[in-house]
Design a protein around this ligand. Structure first.
Ligand code: GAP
Length: 515
């Protein structure tokens, strides 16, 4: 765990040092859980966006994209349930003055039971060796059973209290399970309060006309309220989807773990409208499409897992998370939800406008059901970095820090490096760069030794470096160096474009996805 936490620390400082992510408003000491993306960060982020957008809108002729406004009519958030129910339960410790989300405190307690169980299993595995049967062991070992039961009881009591919105009971659970503040180590807790996560502001210039509006906490509602506009103007037939990428805002209580939980973040959401009764089939289909989309990046298949929701939100009839193994454990990066017709029905109710579709195939009007795929761009960005960050030990005993990014996502595709600062080399390098830059993001670098320049490109994940030397002038050849293997090859300048484009284009990923 310690090792893993160190990795996150290293990654955060790497991101800052190499222009991926900066703390926002840094010269004013920053602003909690808000980050700015630097020159390389925005390159990586844009490539992820393009991969997602193209996979939705190019590979599926029945999915189109929109870009709806961040500010929307406030009643939308009433209809969606966010005004009444988009809240966290909070408690403060009077000694440390720290604020906690109740669910996080409970989760930590459950993790303690899990750790006790794992420790016992580990000990038994060592003791019994090959003959060890974990399932049987867990059924019989009294200590393991005790902890499994404690975990189940806590979970049941907690979910019951949540369902009943019982703030007193939530506080009582904290006391009964002797949960203390991790900082002060005391149980000197305040009452539990409910806290809405939406940011609000005011619109209008006079007191009379001013209305309270919200910064959208999800992009999905912009899709729902435009459902009929898109369906009619695009002559869309069910099933069809609407995709959107955009900013969302949540006043997260505990914002930490770098860009994993932010107050201003970006979502890539797609609502897929289907016939009622066919939604679970589509849910399964989208689960498979989305996991394939992730795994094609080759960051390690074992780093992903589904976590099906056992307790469903009142409007959903199936839901799962795609989790990625972050340095702080498996965490949600994408949610896939079968949202029934809850949102469209509610918008119909609150707006008084019909939100139905006439299905000429079955000669019937209905409110479509919706499968939603919702991925956080910043979490995706973090997962790509976590999966790519590597400290390679080299033969000479040195290490190199390299981002083994999927080449199609790398912010810079080609480093162009004259071997030495000789005028003819520099001129030739510029000539090559002028050709390549029309297709790829290239970086020219003539400063320092070639080794240092390679390291700089490795650190930002550039898949190819091209060195221009005497051979280039005499035989029209360059040496191309491959980032991951560090292997070098002499190739003709005329082949460069083809070799690079085969690997670095988003198209190369889309082809695999479409197979
Ligand atoms: N429309 C459904 C929806 O918004 P969600 O599970 O609340 O569902 C979807 O959010 C995705 O948005 C998550 O899987 C996560 O990747 C991302 N996300 C949510 N809150 C976030 C935050 N505070 N910071 C960064 N990403 C966040």
């Amino acid at each position: 765990m310690m090792f893993q936490e160190n990795i996150l620390k290293k990654l955060i400082s790497h991101c800052k040092k190499y222009g991926f992510v900066f703390p926002s408003s840094e010269i004013y000491d920053g602003l909690g859980a808000i980050y700015d993306y630097g020159q390389n960060g925005v390159g990586l982020k844009n490539n992820i966006k393009q991969y997602w957008w193209d996979s939705m809108t190019l590979l599926n002729e029945n999915i189109v994209g929109i870009d709806s406004a961040i500010f929307m009519h406030p009643t939308i958030w009433k209809a969606s349930g966010h005004v009444d129910a988009f809240s966290d339960y909070l408690i403060d410790n009077k000694d440390s003055k720290k604020r906690y989300r109740i669910d996080t405190l409970i989760e930590n307690q459950i993790t303690k039971y899990d750790n006790k169980i794992s420790k016992e299993i580990k000990k038994a595995t060592k003791y019994f060796g090959d003959a060890f049967d974990e399932i049987e062991f867990c059924k019989k070992d009294l200590y393991v059973l005790e902890n499994i039961n404690k975990k189940k009881a806590l979970y049941a009591r907690f979910t019951q209290a949540l369902m009943e919105n019982n703030l007193k009971e939530l506080r009582q659970i904290i006391f009964d399970y002797k949960i203390v503040c991790p900082i002060s180590k005391t149980n000197n807790w305040t009452c539990v309060r409910k806290f809405n996560l939406m940011f609000s502001t005011e619109m209008g210039s006079t007191t009379d006309s001013t209305i309270k509006i919200y910064l959208r906490p999800e992009t999905a509602q912009g899709i729902f309220v435009n459902f009929l506009n898109v369906q009619k103007t695009g002559r869309m037939k069910i099933p069809f989807g609407i995709a959107q990428i955009g900013k969302a805002f949540r006043n997260e209580i505990i914002a930490r773990q770098f860009v994993f939980r932010m107050r201003e973040f970006e979502q890539m959401e797609m609502q897929f409208f289907v016939r009622p009764g066919e939604e679970l089939e589509w849910f399964e289909k989208w689960k498979q499409v989305r996991i394939k989309w992730h795994k094609i990046l080759e960051l390690g298949d074992n780093k992903y897992r589904f976590r099906d929701h056992i307790k469903l939100a009142h409007y959903a009839n199936a839901a799962t998370d795609i989790e990625f193994e972050m340095p702080f454990g498996f965490k949600e990066i994408e949610g896939i939800h079968s949202r029934t017709n809850f949102d469209l029905n509610n918008h119909e109710k609150y707006s008084g406008k019909r939100m139905q579709f006439f299905d000429s195939k079955i000669n019937k009007s209905y409110t479509p059901f919706v499968i939603e795929t919702s991925i956080g761009l910043d979490r995706m960005f973090l997962s790509v970095l976590v999966g790519s960050y590597s400290e390679d030990v080299l033969r000479e005993g040195n290490t190199r820090v390299v981002l083994k990014l999927p080449p199609a996502l790398s912010p810079v595709k080609v480093g162009i490096l004259p071997l030495i600062k000789k005028e003819e080399f520099k001129k030739k390098a510029r000539e090559i760069m002028n050709k390549l830059k029309l297709n790829f993001c290239c970086q020219y670098d003539e400063k320092d030794s070639i080794g240092k320049r390679y390291r700089r490109q490795d650190a930002i994940g550039t898949p190819y470096c091209i060195t221009i030397d005497q051979n280039t002038l005499d035989y029209h050849q360059v040496s191309i160096r491959f980032r991951d293997t560090m292997r070098q090859e002499h190739i003709s300048i005329s082949c460069l474009e083809q070799i690079i484009s085969d690997n670095v284009s988003i198209k190369s990923l889309l082809k695999k996805l479409d197979e």
